[in-house]
Design a binder for this molecule. Structure first.
Ligand code: GRF
Length: 196
């Protein structure tokens, strides 16, 4: 079974979907640790309620991104995961971090990539007059929201939708998408260790 480390910054509803998919047997995996860069992230409570160990690596404790990335990488390596799952993790990871865990970091992004990389995706989709929007799970590479897409879900954009309504419609679908994409990607993994 693949060992997952899940990185969060906030509410952790995608983390919850992964926890639930493991519990109901639709995702064969083990979450070995949840790591947050925010000490007060709601997702930490979700992990604790599920009996999953948690760690906080706060970006505020480091003077630059590289030293934060190094501390985060050390904490992750101690858990010896097969996959690192970004689930609402709101920090951009630098090239050294990405290279160290190349091909083993997945992210969920709330748009139909390659449309709307970056932030405020729902607002931008409405402003662009899209009739369809969604979410993507992709492999993390050095370029933001740019790696190979594993799977996507689509939702309609209705006339009169505001950002919040559209975000809520997408989020419900993210919770279906992410466990499914993790299962599909894990099935393609060989048994190479995380560290060379
Ligand atoms: C999700 O919309 C995800 O796509 C984005 O941040 C949000 C996280 O939500 N990257 P949650 O913390 O999983 O509830």
């Amino acid at each position: 079974m693949p060992r997952l480390v899940v990185l969060i910054s906030g509410n952790g509803s995608n983390l919850q979907a992964i926890i639930d998919a493991i519990a109901d047997g639709t995702l064969a995996a083990e979450i070995v640790c949840v790591i947050s860069n925010q000490a007060n992230a709601g997702g930490i409570g979700r992990a604790l309620r599920a009996g999953i160990p948690t760690r906080v690596v706060s970006h505020q404790d480091f003077s630059d991104r590289q030293s934060f990335d190094q501390a985060l990488a050390r904490a992750i390596a101690e858990e010896n995961p097969d996959l690192i799952i970004l689930a609402g993790f709101m920090r951009v990871l630098g090239p050294e971090f990405v290279q160290r865990f190349a091909g083993r970091i997945l992210n969920i992004h709330p748009s139909l990539l390659p449309r709307f990389k970056g932030t405020h995706t729902h607002r931008r989709a409405i402003q662009a007059g899209e009739t369809e929007h969604g979410a993507s799970v992709h492999v993390v590479t050095e370029d933001l929201d740019d790696g190979p897409i594993i799977d996507q879900i689509r939702v309609p954009v209705f006339p009169g939708d505001d950002e919040d309504a559209l975000a809520a419609r997408v989020l419900v679908q993210e919770h279906i998408l992410y466990p499914r994409a993790i299962a599909a990607y894990a099935a393609t993994l060989d048994d190479k260790p995380t560290e060379p």
